[in-house]
Design a protein around this ligand. Structure first.
Ligand SMILES: Cc1cc2nc3c(=O)[nH]c(=O)nc-3n(C[C@H](O)[C@H](O)[C@H](O)COP(=O)(O)O)c2cc1C
Length: 310
């Protein structure tokens, strides 16, 4: 018998736990010609802001050992244009659409939510509170500000709220608790890690913005540990994101405490990886004779808790 891989995440029914990570597929519908998007659990769109943004000057993506560094800087067309075209197209795919949003303060986030609120194609909103290229030290590591912004958004949002957290904090569970207390329906762990690369021919930084966010396989073990830590302290579900490039990685995140996962860099290189991972998770769990994926969410974190209490 095949394992049931459907999950209920923040009130959204996902047919499997695999989502696209924000920012790595444009607005999300552009890869519809390359892969069958219907086979995914859902799409998380590129982050949109209240007003259009040009982002940082190029070059803004460089390769790193087992990963990449990007300094895109949230280039996007702004929420009004997003609702007009990309959202229209996304609504026709037939899988849950999670819209990623960002701003510099609560008013920015609330302004976007007021415009999105009437849109029935949206299943949830991911609040990007952690872009290393934009929000720097302002929101990322500040539990009080995180709480205040989420509370303001929750007051008016018609959608479930997923708070995407920065990994750049000694104990991410503190930030996750702040998000939970403010009413977030789920947390996304985590965004990229500030990083840089230098060209030894020119003696100059490879990115025009000097620093960017590190993603890809090299960050997987670090983010995995953060999901594990957060799962032990919070009750709301976790979306795990960081360096997942194969089904085995995804299963590790689920065992550490993620209810679902999103994939960025690996799918940017090869979009069909998304489908391979969705199918691979089902195969691994079926081979292990697991009835439902939900039976193993956080199994490793919960197991170690029990051992510690003995
Ligand atoms: C080119 C690029 C653009 C990104 N843009 C966004 C973005 O707009 N919003 C966001 O929340 N995260 C953005 N991210 C971060 C990813 O969503 C994800 O959190 C991160 O890349 C870690 O996952 P990965 O290792 O699977 O890529 C971007 C990442 C990359 C590589």
């Amino acid at each position: 018998m095949k394992t049931s891989v459907s999950v209920n995440f923040a009130g959204i029914k996902l047919k499997n736990p695999v989502l696209t990570a924000s920012g790595t597929f444009g607005y999300g519908y552009e890869i519809a010609d390359l892969i069958d998007l219907k086979k995914l659990g859902g799409i998380i769109t590129k982050t949109i802001t209240l007003l259009p943004k040009d982002g940082n000057p190029p070059p803004r993506i460089v390769e790193a050992d087992s990963g990449m560094i990007n300094s895109i800087g949230l280039q996007n067309i702004g929420v009004c244009a997003f609702v007009e075209k990309p959202l229209e197209k996304l609504s026709k795919i037939g899988i849950p659409i999670i819209v990623s949003i960002a701003g510099a303060c609560a008013e920015d986030y609330c302004g976007i939510i007021r415009i999105l609120n009437g849109q029935r194609a949206i299943s949830a909103v991911e609040m990007n509170l952690s872009c290393p290229n934009l929000q720097k030290q302002i929101i990322c590591h500040n539990g009080k500000l995180t709480r205040q912004i989420i509370k303001s958004v929750k007051r008016i949002s018609k959608f479930p709220i997923i708070a995407k957290l920065s990994p750049l904090i000694t104990d991410i569970s503190k930030l996750a608790i702040s998000a939970q207390e403010a009413g977030a329906d789920a947390v996304s762990i985590a965004n990229t890690y500030p990083a840089m690369a230098i060209d030894i021919k020119t003696f100059k930084p490879k990115l025009a913005a000097v620093k960017g966010g590190l993603s890809g396989s090299c960050i997987k073990p670090i983010t995995l540990a953060q999901v594990y830590e957060a799962h032990k302290k919070i009750k709301i579900p976790i979306l795990g994101c960081g360096g997942i490039s194969k089904a085995q990685d995804a299963v590790e995140f689920i065992l550490a405490g993620a209810s679902c996962i999103s994939i960025g860099s690996a799918a940017l290189i090869s979009p069909k990886t998304l489908i391979e991972i969705a199918e691979g998770i089902e195969k691994i769990l079926t081979d292990k004779k697991i009835k439902k994926i939900t039976d193993i969410i956080g199994a490793v974190a919960d197991g170690s808790e029990k051992q510690n209490k003995r």
